[in-house]
Design a protein around this ligand. Structure first.
Ligand SMILES: [Zn+2]
Length: 328
């Protein structure tokens, strides 16, 4: 389905951002303009913890949740960035490097999500890395500064999340061959939960009339979900690595909201909602709440697992986009 907010291309920024991120690899380096870019510090992993079991580090919490489901008790799984962290332009800390040097495997998303990962893993001693999006056909970003680049948020499609699980099983068997049967059985159980989630989200979102299925967010992170469930999307910026709010971007989004009479718009937990609340006020839409996408919530929050994250977001979408008692 056609996106409601076309954007245009950028490659120079990625290199500059990369260099900038890396040169600031010290504690106390200034955070980027994003809300939580300094929240990812994982405390130093205790030696005892990783002595008898292989240590798997993931670049963000969503991957850690998925990997824990596949690994079961056989592997120690930790995320480098913490829940709530902004992950695209994350600035690794010296402690992260120490932890990574102890790791037996690093799982990363790929598709350009982690601007910092390649240099980081190399600096940690070239720890083996498995890329979860390998072999997957990406949805490309349309328009604006990232046009033509893969949208990295493939885990937001339960069906594609199942492909991540397959990549994890392959990587874990390579790491720990005698755990093969356990990894495969864990993966089978987890994939059946993802399949159930897929049906649940499809049933839930199908209650919203097609004309009302327009998802307005801060980051364009919902392309995979939108494609799976027949939604259109519009957003303030394509990827959080470049989240500058310009008057032009705001104006274009307000025009889309007003033209399509979109009743509610949203923002994500890892960035500031301030600009989107302004857009809501200017367009007459309601601010419908905060989604989780790039980072899980803490254990007491509404999105401490990928399954809960999806259910939380879809609950918000349903209650905000269905009106006049149409919600079941
Ligand atoms: Zn993102």
């Amino acid at each position: 389905m056609e996106k409601a907010f076309p954007l245009k291309g950028l490659s120079k920024f990625s290199r500059e951002a990369w260099n900038s991120v890396w040169t600031q690899l010290t504690l106390g380096a200034a955070c980027l303009t994003l809300l939580s870019s300094c929240q990812g510090m994982l405390g130093e992993i205790e030696k005892e913890e990783s002595l008898d079991k292989p240590l798997v580090l993931t670049t963000f919490t969503v991957l850690a949740d998925m990997a824990s489901n596949v690994a079961g008790e056989r592997l120690v799984v930790k995320s480098i960035t913490k829940h709530g962290a902004e992950i695209h332009g994350y600035q690794p800390t010296p402690t992260d490097l120490v932890n990574a040097s102890k790791a037996d495997l690093i799982l990363e998303n790929g598709f350009g999500l982690e601007l910092w990962a390649k240099k980081f893993t190399a600096s940690a001693g070239n720890v083996p890395t498995a890329v979860m999006s390998d072999g997957m056909k990406p949805i490309l970003i349309e328009g604006d500064l990232y046009a033509g680049k893969p949208n990295p948020h493939a885990w937001m499609s339960p069906q594609r999340a199942m492909q991540y699980v397959d990549r994890m099983v392959e990587a874990f068997i390579k790491l720990d061959p005698s755990g093969e049967i356990i990894f495969q059985e864990n993966a089978r159980i987890y994939k059946s939960r993802l399949a159930k989630l897929d049906k649940e989200l499809r049933d839930s979102l199908s209650l919203i009339p097609l004309s009302k299925r327009v998802l307005v967010t801060c980051e364009g992170a919902f392309s995979y979900l939108a494609e799976d469930y027949g939604m259109e999307e519009a957003y303030l910026w394509p990827v959080n690595a470049e989240s500058q709010v310009t008057p032009k971007r705001m104006r274009k989004l307000i025009e889309v909201i007003q033209a399509r009479k979109i009743p509610a718009i949203f923002c994500e937990s890892t960035v500031s909602s301030k600009a989107q609340i302004q857009v809501a006020k200017a367009s007459g839409a309601k601010f419908g709440g905060v989604f989780y996408v790039d980072s899980l919530s803490d254990i007491n929050g509404p999105a401490s697992t990928l399954l809960d994250l999806q259910r939380h977001n879809v609950r918000l979408i349903k209650s905000a986009l269905l009106s006049n008692g149409e919600e079941s």
